[in-house]
Design a protein around this ligand. Structure first.
Ligand SMILES: Cc1ncc(COP(=O)(O)O)c(C=O)c1O
Length: 442
């Protein structure tokens, strides 16, 4: 290993055990296609698409070229009261790709901003229609909607909330859908659990009154909390209840967008059209930060037409909304997905991936394996008194052996780039199986 030309102390790392990391750092210095390269020159197979974002694999030439060309041509263009062509081209393309009559696009820079934006649009929409009292927001236990105050308020991961005070007022949460007793080792969408959506109508709506509720936000497949696959019929039922009571339904597709669970959006996979979709990550293949909210026509029309002509209609946006480097990366990413047929590829590969993942069933301490598209969650029984230890040890062992996995608590999440080959899926399973066996002996 070469001596480092930097100190580790000053950087306060996000969602990281800083002291543990700095005692034994893990550094990537290069990436290409399915692999990272570490600072000691080892290749590491990417089992997680970075952080669920590098859907077409790393440093893809077309996207690299597009970003290089853009930075040489125009580095930045003001986001407010000015435009640049690429931002409009990307929006048109996303509008065509989105399901149903979702055909407007609001840009931001991350998934967290996309969530805050969608929640604000929901409130602004109801107000524009003269129902400004509709301001209760409904999330779900175990939901992850980023790290902003809006996102952690509707989110349901206790550790992400507990240090940060009272959060947004007027928020309620549905129960999560995870149930190992009923659904362990389900392949694809589990059969049990559609009825859990009824809580919206049997508890939450009577408690707050529908006339006060603005929106329901859920991840169609909850990724960061540990891969919770939607029970068959659950999202359909949420849609029906929202329609019946005039509530907006927001799908947070920051992870599931762009082929992760098969078609472009999870909404397509389950045949449910929400009112808004939040996206980020895969839209630029992880190369440049970008997020967006995809919005149904009626919502855009209601907000925009409620303002006097020539006036700003929605007092919201970011300096870097639709940044030229981000839109250039997005155009080239969408081209790459399309030219290489990556969403179809992911769908075709999903049964092989499923079979490979479920082959780990007999490994020590595995209590559940679940999957959808090219995502899998492997849940381990927690060591008494030491939650998360087994999964984290597995993560470290995999890294030593040349595989990047992700863990949340005692759940291992896998989400390889959509270009993964069958041989690489086998390699992933081989390394992970060895790591699980070794950790199982501890
Ligand atoms: C469903 C979902 N929403 C929002 C976010 C937040 O995205 P970001 O980290 O880009 O702010 C994430 C990140 O993993 C996510 O999985």
């Amino acid at each position: 290993m070469k001596p480092r030309d930097y100190q580790l102390d000053a950087y306060w790392m996000p969602f990281t055990a800083n002291r543990q990391f700095k005692a034994a750092p893990r550094m990537f210095v290069a990436a290409k296609d399915m692999h990272y390269v570490t600072d000691d020159g080892r290749k590491v197979l990417d089992g997680t698409s970075g952080l669920w974002c590098v859907n077409a694999g790393h440093s893809r030439p077309k996207i690299v070229e597009a970003v290089k060309k853009q930075v040489e041509t125009m580095d930045y263009s003001p986001a407010f009261q000015m435009g640049h062509p690429s931002a409009f081209r990307v929006a048109e393309r996303l509008a065509k790709m989105a399901p149903g009559d979702i055909d407007h696009v609001f840009y931001c820079n991350s998934g967290s901003e996309a969530v805050d934006t969608a929640l604000k649009i929901a409130l602004a929409y109801h107000r524009a229609r003269g129902e400004g009292q509709r301001n209760v927001l409904v999330g779900r236990e175990r939901g992850y909607h980023g790290a902003g105050f809006g996102g952690i308020s509707v989110g349901g991961i206790p550790a992400n909330r507990k240090a940060f005070g009272s959060l947004l007022p007027r928020v309620d949460h549905l129960a999560h859908t995870h149930n190992i007793e009923e659904n362990a080792f389900s392949r694809g969408q589990p059969a049990w659990g559609a009825h859990l959506a009824d809580e919206l109508e049997t508890r939450i709506i009577p408690l707050h009154d529908a006339s006060n509720i603005a929106a329901v936000i859920v991840e169609p497949m909850a990724g960061s909390t540990g891969v919770l696959i939607p029970p068959k019929g659950y999202l359909e039922r949420l849609r029906q209840i929202c329609d019946k009571h005039g509530l907006l339904l927001i799908f947070d597709e920051v992870i599931t967008g762009f082929g992760r669970v098969g078609p472009c959006f999870a909404a397509d996979a389950v045949g449910v059209v929400p009112d808004m979709i939040t996206i980020a990550k895969g839209i630029t293949n992880g190369m440049v930060p970008m997020g967006a909210v995809l919005v149904r026509r009626g919502i855009y029309d209601a907000v925009v037409n409620a303002a006097p002509p020539d006036m700003v209609e929605l007092f919201h946006g970011y300096t870097y909304s639709g940044h030229p480097l981000a839109t250039a990366a997005a155009e080239a990413s969408l081209d790459t997905f399309e030219e290489e047929g990556l969403f179809k590829r992911a769908q075709e590969l999903a049964p092989y991936f499923e079979q490979a993942m479920h082959s780990l069933r007999e490994m020590p301490h595995v209590i559940d394996i679940r999957n959808m598209g090219l995502v899998a969650g492997i849940e381990l029984e927690s060591k008494p008194g030491k939650p998360a230890e087994r999964a984290f040890k597995t993560f470290l062992k995999c890294y030593e052996k040349g595989l990047l996995i992700r863990t949340t608590g005692d759940i291992i999440a896998l989400s390889p780039p959509l270009i993964v080959s069958k041989a690489q899926i086998d390699e992933l399973v081989g390394i992970l199986g060895d790591a699980l066996r070794e950790v199982g002996r501890d």
